[in-house]
Design a protein around this ligand. Structure first.
Ligand code: SAM
Length: 238
């Protein structure tokens, strides 16, 4: 795949800020047909170190709220400033996805890259905790780390190299997510498919020099990506 917007970010910066498969490539593929008008307000939920939020603000011209539980919003702000982004373009917020500190109907769209599987596995989550904050007719874009086919009963050795059974419980296949999401009234699944960039995004991640990437590298080299995928989901709020 071609990633012209991702390529506008410095490789060393990307490597220092991603927390899993290259979030810029995942975001660029997820946004490819989104057509969200410039100036719209988007929530980047579970934004981590905020590099996807920076892409949404700088490359797509959106007003991006970078909301995350574990990362430091002040550190993210310094990063955004280093890219020349202002607080009119991007707003870092410490927030729990289960208790979002925003007004109902505030966001034109929500983007979640590599984070929905932490909090979206509760069938009540979407309807109670996220959908209320999206405008009517708004959209939600998810890139979820997934499995090609659920194999929790007998996970292959290559997955067990890096992940415990408890960690694998965060990863499911498309049918599982379809069933989870379709229980929520007031939202329509516009599309759900396997993303093309999974292997490339993982290659960028395991090239990083941090302990998590090094641990995941062993699993990938043992064949984990024969079992894993990334699931893109686009939702429309009625
Ligand atoms: C694997 S990291 C991915 C970060 C970023 N989206 C990326 O792709 O680099 C998962 C992120 O989910 C966030 N997260 C997990 N549970 C959360 C919650 N309840 N509310 C908000 N963020 C959460 C963490 O803070 C972490 O930054």
């Amino acid at each position: 795949m071609e990633f012209p917007l991702t390529n506008r970010f410095d490789t060393d910066i990307v490597r220092s800020r991603i927390m899993g498969p290259n979030t810029l490539k995942l975001t660029e593929e997820l946004m490819a047909d989104a057509g969200i008008p410039r100036g719209f307000v988007v929530l980047d939920l579970g934004s981590g170190s905020g590099i996807s939020s920076a892409m949404l603000a700088r490359e797509y011209g959106l007003t991006a709220y970078a909301a995350d539980l574990w990362s430091d919003p002040s550190e993210n702000m310094r990063f955004f400033e280093s890219l020349g982004l202002t607080n009119h373009q991007i707003i870092p917020v410490k927030a729990d996805a289960a208790q979002l500190p925003f007004a109902h109907g505030f966001f034109d769209a929500v983007v979640c890259v590599d984070s929905y599987n932490y909090y979206g596995r509760d069938p009540e989550y979407l309807g109670n905790c996220l959908l209320p904050f999206v405008k009517s007719e708004g959209r939600i874009y998810l890139a979820i780390p997934g499995m090609r086919k659920d194999c929790h009963d007998n996970p292959p050795a290559c997955l067990r190299v890096s992940w415990t059974a408890e960690q694998l419980d965060y990863i499911h296949d498309m049918n599982w997510w379809r069933n989870m999401i379709s229980q929520t009234p007031g939202v329509e699944i516009v599309s759900m498919c396997e993303m093309e960039c999974t292997r490339e995004a993982w290659a960028d991640w395991i090239a990083c020099d941090n302990e998590y990437a090094i641990g995941d590298r062993a699993a990938v080299e043992a064949g984990a990506l024969d079992y894993l995928n990334t699931i893109s989901v686009v939702l429309h709020k009625a």
